[in-house]
Design a protein around this ligand. Structure first.
Ligand SMILES: Nc1nc2c(c(=O)[nH]1)N[C@H]1C(S)=C(S)[C@@H](COP(=O)(O)OP(=O)(O)OC[C@H]3O[C@@H](n4cnc5c(=O)[nH]c(N)nc54)[C@H](O)[C@@H]3O)O[C@H]1N2
Ligand SMILES: Nc1nc2c(c(=O)[nH]1)N[C@H]1C(S)=C(S)[C@@H](COP(=O)(O)OP(=O)(O)OC[C@H]3O[C@@H](n4cnc5c(=O)[nH]c(N)nc54)[C@H](O)[C@@H]3O)O[C@H]1N2
Ligand SMILES: [Mo]
Length: 699
C-alpha cells in the first residue's frame, strides 16, 4: 500500500509522506511525516528502512517543533541597523531579488570572482545543496569554494590509502568480533551505527573506544584509551610495531594487495609502545593490549572492524592520522571478511551525477572559465584580504546558504570582523536568524526539509533516499533552488537548465546507468546500492596501484612523506607554559553543529555552554563545578560554565560545541579560540589543535 500521492500537499485527509533527514550526520534516516489538514503533526523514523529502524535521534524527532518555531524566517528582509545588530525590515521578494541583482551585476562586470558563495551541510541534499546554486555560480563565474570545514583531511587521507571514501558496509559491524570506535562518539553522533555495535557486543564482541574524551560511547565500551588530541598516528604506528613484533600479520594479503609494506614496516619499527605511549600520554600497556586484541582476534580468523569518525582529523596531522589507521586492516587481512576492515565514510560509493547537477560546463559561458577557489576554513582571513595579484580582487559579495560561518568557522573574531565590513554585500538564505544572518544585507527565508524535494546519499550507509515535500512552504519561504532559479532569470541566464524543477533535479542526480531506480525511490523512499559484501577481500582498491597504498607515490610526488607518520599538533600539549591545556570542541549530543541551538526544548537539555575539565586541572586553578570561567589564548577569550568532570582527562578540556554566539554567556562561542591553521592534507581546519588556559571569572 502506498499512502502517498504525487502531490501530497494537496490532500486534506491525514496521510504520511516519506522523506529523508537532511542533516549532516552519517545516519541519513528515512522519515515518515504525518500530515493532517496540511500541517505536519509528527515526524518519525521509517520502520521499513533497515538503518533507521523506525527510530530517530532526540533532535530530529523535534523536527516539527523546529519547522513551526515562532522564530522561523518567513519573509524576505533587508537590514536596517548596523551589521551584526540583527535589525531588519520586511520587504517583497521582488525587492529582495532586484536588490541582489543590482548589487551583483556591477561586481560581475568588473570581476565575478569577487562574488563568493559560502555553503556547507545545513542540508546534505543533492538538490537543495549545490544543484541550482552550482549552476548559477558557474554561469556567473563566481569564486569557487573549497569545502573543507568538516572532513577534507580524513577524506584525503583515505583517498591516498584506500583510493576514496570507501570501506565496510555499516550493517556488517553487527557480525564483528572486535570493534575499535576511533575518534567517534557514536551514541551522540552516529546513533544508528551504535545499534549494530550493540548487536555485535551482545554476540560477544569486544568494543574499544579511542578518544581523549570519556564520552557516553566510551562509557559503554569494554575499554577506553584516552589519548592526547592529535596523537592517533603515533598510536596506530605503535600498534603496527606490536603486530610486526608478534607476527600478527597476514603475509599473503600484504604481499598481494598492499603497496610499500617494507617501507611501512621500517617506519613502524621506529615506534615501540614506549615511544608511542609517551607521545599519546597513555601507558605502554594500553598499546600492547590494543595490538594483542586486534592481532590475535584477526589471527583467529575472526572479523576485526574499525569505525572511525572525523574526530582525529581536526588537527595538523589529521590526514596522516586517518592514513595510519586506514592501513591497519590490511596488515592483518581484516578485509577478507565482510565484517572486517574500516569505515570512515561511505560517500564515495554513490555514483552521483555531479556534472549533470552542477553543470561545470557553464563556466565556459562565464567571464572566468577558471575562477579562484577560496577555502571556507580560512574565511576570516580571506574576507579581510585586500586585492592582490596572487589573491585577485577583494571579496565584495558573500552569498551564504546552508551554513552558519560566523558560528562554525575557526577564529571567529576575524570571521566577525570580515562579515562586519561595510563595503561587503551579504546575502543569507536561512531558516532562522543565526549569527551569520545578523550580518546579512538581504536575508531570505528558506524552506525546511518538510517543505521541499530532495535526494540524499549518505556517509554512513549505502542507501539513496528521496525526500518529498510533506507540507506547503511556510510564509513566503522558498527552497534554495527557487531562489537561484529566479536570480538566474533576473541575471538574464537563459540556459534551459535554469528551468529544471526540483523533481527533475532529483531525477538528474542518478543516471539510469547508475542502477538507482527513481521509481523505487518514489515508491519506497529509499533504495540500496548494489555493492559487494567484502569490497577488498581480493584487493581491488580504487587507488592508482589497485592496492592498499601504505606508501603513496602521489603524496611523495607532492613533496610530502609517502608514508603515514605522527605529525605533532601546531599547538602540542606541553609546549606552552602560558597555555598548558589542550582544548577540543566536540559536538554536543542535542545540537547538530550550530543547528538546533535555537530549539528551546533541546537547548534546555544542553543547559549552557560548557567546558568540561578534570578535577586536577580545576583544583590547580581554584575552579569549582558550575562556576563561570574564562577560557583564553592569544586569539581571544570565551566565557562559559565549567563542568568538573571525569569525562576530561588531565591536561585536556572540552569546549562543547557549537553554540550560537548570541545565545552564549558573553556573545562569543568556542570558535573564538580556534585557529585558521590548516591540516597536512586536504586544507582542512584544525579545530582540535588548540591550546588554552582557563581561569575563574571574577564577577
Ligand atoms: N549529535 C550530533 N551529531 C552529529 C554532529 C553534531 O554536531 N551533533 N555533527 C555531525 C558532523 S558535522 C559530523 S562531521 C559527524 C562526525 O562528527 P565528529 O565530530 O567526528 O563526531 P563525534 O563522533 O561526535 O566526535 C568525534 C569524537 O572525536 C573525539 N576527538 C577529538 N579529538 C580527537 C583526537 O585527536 N583523536 C581521537 N581519537 N578522537 C578525538 C571527540 O572527543 C569526539 O568524541 O557527526 C555528525 N553528527
Ligand atoms: N569548534 C568547532 N567548530 C566546528 C566543528 C567542531 O567540531 N568544533 N565542526 C565542524 C564541522 S564537522 C562542520 S560540518 C561545520 C558545520 O557547519 P555548517 O554546515 O555551517 O552547519 P550548521 O552550523 O549546522 O549550519 C547550517 C545552517 O544551514 C541552515 N539550513 C538548513 N537547511 C537549509 C536549507 O534547506 N536552506 C538554507 N538556506 N539553509 C538551511 C540551518 O538553519 C543552519 O543554520 O562546523 C565545523 N565547526
Ligand atoms: Mo562535519
Amino acid at each position: 500500500m502506498n499512502p502517498q500521492t504525487p502531490d501530497a500537499t494537496a490532500v486534506n485527509t491525514p496521510h504520511t509522506v516519506r522523506g529523508a533527514c537532511p542533516h549532516d550526520c552519517p545516519d541519513t534516516c528515512a522519515l515518515l511525516t504525518t500530515v493532517v489538514d496540511g500541517i505536519a503533526t509528527k515526524v518519525q523514523g521509517n520502520p521499513a528502512h533497515a538503518h533507521t529502524n523506525g527510530v530517530l535521534c532526540t533532535k530530529v524527532s523535534r523536527y516539527a517543533e523546529r519547522t513551526y518555531s515562532p522564530e522561523r524566517l518567513l519573509y524576505p528582509m533587508k537590514r536596517t541597523g548596523p551589521k551584526g545588530a540583527g535589525q531588519f525590515t520586511r520587504i517583497s521578494w521582488d525587492e529582495a531579488l532586484d536588490t541582489i541583482v543590482q548589487r551583483l551585476k556591477p561586481i560581475a562586470a568588473r570581476d565575478a570572482q569577487a562574488i563568493q558563495p559560502y555553503s556547507y551541510a545545513g542540508t546534505m541534499g543533492q538538490v537543495q545543496g549545490e544543484a541550482m546554486a552550482g549552476r548559477f555560480f558557474n554561469r556567473l563565474g563566481a569564486a569557487l569554494l573549497d569545502r573543507t570545514i568538516c572532513a577534507s583531511a580524513g577524506g584525503e587521507g583515505l583517498n591516498q590509502t584506500l583510493g576514496g571514501k570507501v570501506g565496510m558496509r555499516v550493517e556488517f559491524f553487527a557480525e564483528s568480533k572486535l570493534i575499535l570506535i576511533w575518534g567517534s562518539n557514536s551514541i551522540g553522533s552516529n546513533l544508528h551505527f551504535w545499534r549494530y555495535a550493540q548487536a555485535a557486543k551482545r554476540a560477544g564482541a569486544k568494543l574499544i573506544c579511542i578518544d581523549p574524551r570519556k564520552t557516553e560511547t566510551a562509557d559503554k565500551c569494554h575499554e577506553h584509551i584516552a589519548l592526547l588530541p592529535g596523537t592517533d598516528a603515533a598510536l596506530a604506528l605503535g600498534v603496527m610495531h606490536e603486530l610486526i613484533a608478534h607476527d600478527w600479520l597476514d603475509h599473503d594479503y600484504l604481499a598481494h594487495h598492499t603497496e610499500g609494506w617494507s617501507k611501512l614496516r621500517a617506519r613502524a619499527m621506529l615506534w615501540n609502545p614506549e615511544r608511542a605511549a609517551a607521545v599519546c600520554g597513555i601507558a605502554p600497556e594500553q598499546i600492547r593490549s590494543l595490538a594483542r586484541d586486534y592481532g590475535s582476534t584477526a589471527m583467529a580468523a575472526e572479523p576485526v572492524a574499525i569505525r572511525m569518525n572525523y574526530g582525529m582529523q581536526r588537527v595538523k596531522g589529521g590526514g596522516n592520522a586517518a592514513r595510519a589507521i586506514a592501513c591497519l586492516p590490511a596488515l592483518v587481512g581484516a578485509w577478507r571478511n565482510r565484517a572486517g576492515g574500516v569505515l570512515l565514510s561511505s560517500s564515495g560509493q554513490f555514483p552521483v551525477n555531479k556534472a549533470g547537477l552542477l553543470r561545470p560546463d557553464l563556466l565556459a559561458q562565464s567571464a572566468n572559465s577558471s575562477p579562484r577557489m577560496v577555502n571556507m576554513s580560512t574565511i576570516g582571513l580571506d574576507l579581510l584580504r585586500a586585492a592582490s595579484p596572487t589573491f585577485g580582487p577583494a571579496i565584495e559579495a558573500m552569498i551564504v546558504y546552508n551554513s552558519n560561518p560566523v558560528a562554525v568557522a575557526p577564529q571567529s573574531a576575524q570571521v566577525v570582523q570580515g562579515f562586519a565590513r561595510e563595503d561587503l554585500f551579504t546575502v543569507v538564505l536561512e531558516q532562522f536568524q543565526t549569527d551569520t544572518a545578523d550580518y546579512a544585507d538581504i536575508l531570505l527565508p528558506a524552506t525546511t526539509q518538510l517543505e521541499h524535494w530532495d535526494i540524499h546519499t549518505s556517509y554512513g550507509h549505502t542507501d539513496v533516499l528521496l525526500n518529498r515535500p510533506a507540507i506547503a512552504p511556510l510564509g513566503e519561504a522558498k527552497p534554495n533552488t527557487q531562489v537561484f532559479r529566479e536570480l538566474a532569470h533576473r541575471m538574464g541566464f537563459d540556459d534551459p537548465c535554469f528551468a529544471d524543477d526540483d523533481e527533475m533535479l532529483c531525477r538528474t542526480a542518478f543516471e539510469t546507468s547508475s542502477g538507482v531506480d527513481f521509481d523505487v525511490l518514489l515508491r519506497d523512499g529509499f533504495a540500496t546500492l548494489k555493492l559487494p559484501d567484502a569490497p577488498f577481500a581480493q584487493g581491488h582498491f580504487p587507488t592508482p596501484s589497485g592496492k592498499c597504498e601504505f606508501f603513496s607515490q602521489r603524496l611523495a610526488d607532492q613533496g610530502q612523506d609517502g608514508l603515514p607518520d605522527h605529525v605533532p599538533n601546531y599547538e602540542a600539549y606541553g609546549e606552552s607554559t602560558a597555555y598548558p591545556l589542550a582544548m577540543i570542541s566536540p559536538p554536543a549530543r542535542n545540537f547538530l553543529n550550530s543547528t538546533f541551538v535555537n530549539v528551546t526544548s533541546l537547548r534546555a537539555i544542553e543547559g549552557e555552554p560548557l567546558l568540561e575539565i578534570n578535577a586536577i586541572d580545576a583544583t590547580a586553578r581554584g575552579i569549582t563545578h558550575g562556576q563561570v570561567v574564562r577560557v583564553f589564548n592569544t586569539r581571544g577569550s570565551y566565557h562559559c560554565k565549567v563542568d568538573v568532570s571525569q569525562r576530561a582527562r588531565p591536561g585536556v578540556v572540552h569546549g562543547m560545541g557549537i553554540w550560537w554566539r548570541k545565545l552564549g554567556l558573553d556573545g562569543t562561542n568556542v570558535n573564538q579560540l580556534t585557529s585558521q591553521n590548516l591540516t597536512d592534507m586536504g586544507h582542512g581546519p584544525t579545530f582540535y589543535d588548540c591550546l588554552v588556559e582557563v581561569e575563574p571569572c571574577s564577577e
